[in-house]
Design a protein. Structure first.
Length: 195
C-alpha cells in the first residue's frame, strides 16, 4: 500500500468536507441578457420585474440556508420571531385608539376616565390636544354641571362627583358617572368614558 501523495508544489490540497461550514457567499442574480445601455428609460414593468427577480432569488437562498441550518439555529430564529411578535403586539396595544373616538369624533382631543375610589367616583379629564380649552362647561350624566375658565394643554383634571352641581346640589353619592359632555369655545364633544 502506498502512502497518500502530497499535492504538487504551488497547489493546495482539496478542502475537507467535514468541519465548520464555509462563510456564506452572497450571489447577485442578474438577467441572462442585460437591458441595452442605450435605452435611457426602462419601463416600470421591467424595473419591477428585475426587482421582483432579485427579491425572489434572495428569499429562495435564505429559505434554502434556513432549511440546511441546525436545530439550535432554528430555535434561535423562533425565539427572536416570538419576541418581535410580542413587541409588535405590545406597541399595538399601547398606541391603539382609546375607544371609538377618532380625530373626527373627538376634535378636542379629550380623554375621559372614571374611577371608583374609597371616597366615591372620580372623573379624569385630560386635554390631549395641541391647544388649551377656554370657557369650558362639563356636563355629567343628566345635567350636573362644572365650569372651568381654561384647561391648558396636557392638563389632567381629577374631579370628584361633589364638584358637579345641578340646581345647587351635587349628584347622590351612589351615582356612577355614565357620560360627560365637554363644551368650550374650541368645540363640543362627548368622548367615550373609559374605566
Amino acid at each position: 500500500m502506498s502512502a497518500p501523495s502530497s499535492p504538487p508544489p504551488g497547489q493546495r490540497p482539496p478542502a475537507a468536507t467535514t468541519g465548520p461550514r464555509p462563510a456564506v457567499k452572497v450571489q447577485v442574480a442578474q438577467r441572462a441578457t442585460p437591458l441595452p445601455a442605450t435605452e435611457q428609460k426602462a419601463s416600470a414593468r421591467e424595473l419591477a420585474g428585475d426587482f421582483g427577480f432579485q427579491v425572489q432569488r434572495f428569499l429562495q437562498e435564505q429559505l434554502r440556508d434556513f432549511r440546511e441550518a441546525d436545530r439550535y439555529f432554528k430555535l434561535k430564529v423562533l425565539i427572536v420571531g416570538l419576541w418581535l411578535l410580542a413587541s409588535a403586539a405590545s406597541l399595538a396595544v399601547a398606541f391603539r385608539s382609546t375607544g371609538a373616538d377618532g380625530p373626527e369624533e373627538n376634535p378636542l382631543g379629550a380623554y375621559v376616565r372614571k374611577t371608583k375610589a374609597s371616597l366615591g367616583w372620580t372623573v379624569l379629564v385630560h386635554n390631549q390636544s395641541d391647544e388649551p380649552w377656554s370657557a369650558c362647561i362639563l356636563t355629567l350624566n343628566d345635567g350636573f354641571v362644572l365650569e372651568k375658565a381654561i384647561v391648558p394643554v396636557g392638563e389632567k383634571l381629577v374631579l370628584g362627583m361633589s364638584q358637579f352641581q345641578k340646581s345647587g346640589q351635587p349628584p347622590p353619592p351612589s351615582e356612577e358617572p355614565r357620560r360627560l359632555q365637554l363644551r368650550c369655545r374650541e368645540g363640543s364633544v362627548e368622548p367615550v368614558m373609559q374605566q
